[in-house]
Design a protein around this ligand. Structure first.
Ligand code: SF4
Length: 211
């Protein structure tokens, strides 16, 4: 590690070497996180699925495609670590249960979230995707169901925005709750673009120059 490495660099190295719950991980430890000290937007999801585990890249799956469409950001912007940090509630693929992927390993948040947050001083806005992230960050402020929590999104601004998981398995939820795309997605887009404005402008200018 170079002498100029930051506290975050050292921490990320420790996270990537973590094997704390190895015995419970069917594919073994492969912590998948993205962070830099300059990031202003934080995305907190559940835990990597098999495709993300295989590629080592957060949200590199159909759920990620939908999330980027909601945010209206391209992959280049989304994967710019200087702007966006990605810290799921569990950093490694937890395996499958009867109703889909298992919950994030409980050891993970206790070990890593507080030190990582302390090393990310610029985060202004956090997307809380799914019930595990909402439970951890909102605590008693969370409503009895995910739908009610998302519906109460105004209560959690300006720091948090609760979202449903953008998984294709949630299409039925999206159909049943059309208010989400009507009310919440535009806010997600507006807040994300405000934080990522310079990058989005640069990419737009580059695309125009190529035409
Ligand atoms: S899930 Fe978290 S605690 Fe468990 S091995 Fe991966 S990084 Fe470590």
């Amino acid at each position: 590690m170079p002498k100029t490495a930051t506290r975050l660099d050292r921490l990320l190295m420790e996270v990537r070497a973590c094997r704390a719950c190895e015995a419970h991980l069917p594919l073994g430890p492969r912590p998948i996180v993205r962070a830099s000290t300059t990031a202003r937007l934080l995305i907190v999801g559940q835990a990597p699925g098999t495709r993300v585990h295989a590629t080592g890249l957060s949200w590199n799956d159909p759920s990620g495609d939908r999330l980027r469409a909601w945010m209206e950001v391209d992959r280049e912007t989304f994967y710019d670590e200087a702007l966006i940090a990605v810290l799921p509630m569990g950093f490694c693929y937890p395996g499958k249960g009867q109703g889909g992927d298992l919950p994030p390993r409980p050891e993970c948040a206790g070990l890593w979230r507080a030190p990582l947050h302390a090393a990310l001083p610029q985060i202004e806005f956090t997307l809380l995707i799914g019930q595990y992230a909402q439970r951890h960050y909102l605590g008693q402020r969370r409503k009895p169901t995910l739908t009610e929590t998302v519906r109460a999104w105004r209560e959690y601004l300006p720091h948090y925005l609760p979202l449903p998981h953008p998984s294709p398995r949630n299409l039925m939820w999206l159909r049943r709750n059309p208010w989400f795309e009507r009310e919440v997605v535009p806010v997600l887009r507006e807040k994300s673009h405000a934080l990522l404005a310079d990058k989005i402008r640069r990419i737009g200018a580059r695309a125009k120059a190529i035409k």
